[in-house]
Design a protein around this ligand. Structure first.
Ligand code: 5RP
Length: 231
């Protein structure tokens, strides 16, 4: 059973949670993309929902599927967000932002009554931090912000390399909001709440990929006896 099969299984279960009339947050990434495709099929069968996309990539995918879209100005409160994750710990704390959409993903998740994570069960970890933590920063003052981030990491017992994310052409990767991303390779994050607060205190940090207290459920898929088992 391959990764795409597992993503398909998790996304299919999530689509079954969607009811007529719901206001949805639409996540970003390969798993969320499968969800958007499956949701599109239900919309074409008559399901009436409206979605707020968490990235330009998801907006394009949802439009292609014929899903009605809105903004958070029009719909400041959502019923359900379905999104992927890069790591999920036993307390449903997440690292997100591998695809660079963390800022809009967090705003949309925060505006939602429920956020359900869909992922390959391999994303489950005991302690967050093996996946590099994305930290979205303003392009202005990058050097100073970087020093502030390094100090915040050290104050929280985290050490590791901080790398400016690059696009395919070698230029800095730019988010939908026009910001840069510093990826922090930490290995483990002993106190995610403390790190969350410390990073927010650094001027120039726009957002970071620790999603704490936002996920209300998770659908994780793993291969068992050649079938996708969901938990
Ligand atoms: C994008 C994200 C994604 O949800 C996360 O990277 C998981 O992606 P995938 O489903 O492709 O593994 O946070 O910013």
């Amino acid at each position: 059973m391959s990764g795409p099969d597992l993503r398909q299984a998790a996304a299919a279960r999530a689509v079954a949670l969607v009811q007529d009339g719901m206001r949805l947050g639409l996540g970003t990434g390969s798993t969320a993309n499968v969800f958007v495709t499956l949701l599109g099929a239900r919309v074409r069968d008559g399901l009436d929902v409206v979605g707020v996309p968490t990235s330009e990539a998801t907006r394009v995918a949802a439009e292609r599927e014929g899903i009605r879209l809105a903004t958070l100005e029009e719909l400041p409160e959502l019923d359900l967000t379905i999104d992927g994750a890069d790591e999920i710990d036993p307390e449903m704390r997440l690292i997100k932002g591998g695809g660079g959409a963390l800022l809009r993903e967090k705003i949309v998740a925060h505006a939602s009554r429920r956020m359900v994570v869909i992922a390959d069960a391999a994303k489950r970890v005991g302690t967050l931090g093996a996946f590099p933590l994305p930290i979205e920063v303003n392009a202005f003052g990058l050097g100073a912000t970087r020093r502030g981030v390094e100090a915040a990491l050290a104050a929280c017992g985290c050490s590791g390399e901080l790398a400016l994310r690059k696009a395919g052409d070698g230029a800095p990767f730019t988010t939908d909001g026009g910001h840069f991303i510093l990826d922090a390779r930490l290995g483990r994050i002993p106190d995610p709440e403390a790190l969350c607060a410390a990073l927010w205190a650094v001027p120039g940090v726009v957002e970071h990929g620790l999603f704490l207290g936002l996920a209300t459920g998770a659908i994780l898929a793993e291969a068992r006896d050649g079938e996708a088992a969901l938990s």
